[in-house]
Design a protein around this ligand. Structure first.
Ligand SMILES: CC(C)(COP(=O)(O)OP(=O)(O)OC[C@H]1O[C@@H](n2cnc3c(N)ncnc32)[C@H](O)[C@@H]1OP(=O)(O)O)[C@@H](O)C(=O)NCCC(=O)NCCS
Length: 202
């Protein structure tokens, strides 16, 4: 069944135009949209592995950093998966579009989640990742802005997330974006304690 994703496209803001010379990727034409049936799950999985490699190098075992394409598929179709696409790089890509980032809204996990996620007014996102070659030019912010808007549309008052507590740089990244610490949680498939953060969006 074909689905129309055109109404969900969002243009990247012109922030990247001021990127330093040499940072060509930052000036590319990047938009976000829903994951489409034609998108490659193995390629999306490879992107996740590349993005989470830094945490893996820290000795952490995030699921997104090592999951199989089958697990990726299971996860993305349990919720609403969005991708950021570089149209400039797409012309060189045999698949037509180059996915450079992703975020998963409202993932339904098989494992029991933290109490905060069970509150009816709390929405959540997971599996946020930007290709390392594209990090630092606003793609992550664009994906988060979009999911915050989507969460508001669903009537949520809070947007929560789970992150690897030892990754302090990432923690500060979220704090700068208005998220706050809620509680700790231990997922069964990781080797670290997670921090549950949340932002009031209503
Ligand atoms: C976390 C992550 C998604 C952020 O994505 P990103 O695209 O790099 O994020 P942004 O570019 O929107 O913002 C990063 C920083 O770069 C800055 N930046 C934005 N545009 C810039 C530019 N043109 N030049 C230089 N810096 C820029 C932003 O201001 C921001 O800095 P700040 O935190 O001080 O505000 C990405 O680092 C990632 O994939 N990490 C690995 C996976 C991971 O840990 N995911 C989260 C799991 S919970």
């Amino acid at each position: 069944m074909s689905r129309d994703f055109s109404s969900e496209v969002q243009r990247v803001r012109p922030l990247a135009i001021d990127a330093p010379a040499g940072d060509r990727r930052a000036t590319a034409n990047i938009t976000t949209r829903r994951l489409a049936p034609s998108d490659s799950i193995p390629e999306l999985t490879k992107l996740l592995h590349r993005a989470y490699a830094k945490q893996v190098a820290m000795g952490l075992q995030p699921l997104a950093g090592r999951q199989s394409p089958e697990i990726t598929e299971q996860r993305v179709f349990s919720g609403e998966c969005y991708v950021a696409v570089d149209h400039a790089a797409a012309v060189q890509s045999r698949t037509g579009q180059k996915i450079v980032g992703t975020i998963l809204f409202h993932e339904v996990e098989e494992s029991k989640g933290p109490p905060w996620f069970e509150k009816p007014e709390v929405a959540s996102f997971s599996q946020l990742a930007v290709d390392p070659e594209y990090q630092g030019c606003g793609v992550g912010r664009m994906l988060m802005d979009m999911v915050e808007t989507r969460a508001r549309e669903t009537g949520a008052k809070e947007l929560g997330l789970s992150m690897a507590e030892p990754d302090r740089e990432l923690y500060e990244f979220y704090i700068r974006r208005g998220y706050r610490f809620i509680e700790h949680w231990k997922w069964p498939y990781t080797n670290y304690r997670s921090a549950i953060l949340s932002k009031t969006i209503a």
